[in-house]
Design a protein around this ligand. Structure first.
Ligand SMILES: Cc1cc2nc3c(=O)[nH]c(=O)nc-3n(C[C@H](O)[C@H](O)[C@H](O)COP(=O)(O)OP(=O)(O)OC[C@H]3O[C@@H](n4cnc5c(N)ncnc54)[C@H](O)[C@@H]3O)c2cc1C
Ligand code: FES
Length: 280
């Protein structure tokens, strides 16, 4: 993925987007594919308001959701919604002799890259199963074997909502093949929230009220504090910041971290757990 930075209403915001273009595109450009999500600041700006000529900041690509150098004999892509994007980059890059894709979307017309996927399937470069969840219901991972009998033998790349990925991780582990499954998440799985508190950004001299569910990264940005960030989902450590006082909750685990000298927190997955002071 690459992070892009774009000015939205005068504030530079950074978000991660998967590369959907092949590695050696002839015109040297890269593409990203953005789905506008309800109330999403950057995604709606990019989809509805950004115009050709808009200056966009581009970070170095990073991430480990990539194909290996040595081609696996059999591949399975398990995707849902906008989770198709990193896999589209792979499909456009590398052809496999035996590639299967299960893609979920509410309806046929919601399938991103639908014509291209069907074209690959028509050329026998991909065995494609579309699950239209409005009519077919959600994909039941326990019944994956009915769609792909040899799924345990396939190197699998999965990207989609947390429910699908959590179920897949459990399923692959239960069948003793967790190493065959590679997943990409677009946002952290929030398991624990609690009471918030007053947050002080002592370097900037700002104090705001925060609930116990909103990441301190968002709270700081909203308050106009310059907050470093990266993936915004707890994997890159681009947001670590000293916690000077008080306590924060890790939204992924519920674990509470209390301030002590040298303690750093990931602001993208930490929320206030009572009053706290963040050194920004
Ligand atoms: C590695 C990686 C790759 C990604 N690749 C893509 C991609 O190829 N295409 C793409 O469209 N997006 C992708 N994303 C998601 C993208 O980075 C943004 O999170 C997304 O565009 C929402 O940003 P926003 O500013 O519009 O929403 P925000 O203003 O940040 O959030 C608005 C609200 O939506 C919720 N929210 C945030 N993200 C999501 C989400 N993904 N789905 C549903 N609700 C959400 C927030 O909790 C908040 O309540 C990727 C994320 C990661 C970490
Ligand atoms: S921004 Fe990547 S870990 Fe917080």
């Amino acid at each position: 993925y690459v992070r892009i930075g774009i000015d939205v209403e005068g504030v530079r915001l950074w978000r991660a987007y998967s590369l959907t273009s092949p590695t050696h595109r002839q015109d040297g450009r890269v593409t990203i594919t953005v789905k506008a999500i309800p109330d999403g600041k950057v995604s709606n700006h990019l989809v509805r308001r950004a115009k050709p000529g808009t200056l966009i900041q581009l970070d170095q690509p990073t991430g480990d959701f990539v194909l290996p150098q040595a081609k696996p004999a059999k591949v399975l892509y398990l995707t849902a919604g906008s989770g198709i994007t990193p896999v589209m980059g792979m499909l456009r890059d590398t052809a496999f002799d035996d590639a299967v894709m299960i893609h979920c979307a509410p309806r046929a017309q919601d399938v991103i890259f639908r014509d291209e996927l069907r074209g690959l399937a028509g050329d026998k470069r991909l065995r494609l199963t579309e699950v239209h969840t409005d009519t077919d219901g959600m994909l039941d991972i326990a019944r994956l074997g009915e769609l792909v009998p040899d799924w345990t033998e396939r190197e699998t790349w999965a990207c989609g909502p947390a429910g699908l990925l959590d179920a897949a991780e459990k399923h692959w582990s239960e069948h003793g093949v967790p190493e065959r499954l590679h997943t990409e998440r677009f946002r952290p799985s929030v398991v624990a929230t609690g009471d918030g508190g007053e947050v002080t950004f002592s370097a900037t001299g700002k104090t705001v009220e925060a609930d116990g569910a909103t990441p301190l990264l968002d709270i700081g940005e909203e308050a106009g504090v310059l907050m470093p960030s990266g993936c915004r989902m707890g994997i890159c450590f681009g947001c670590v910041t000293p916690l000077k006082a008080g306590a924060v909750r890790d939204l992924r685990t519920g674990e509470i971290t209390e301030a002590e000298p040298g303690v750093l927190i990931q602001t993208c997955v930490s929320a206030a757990a009572g009053p706290c002071d963040i050194e920004r």
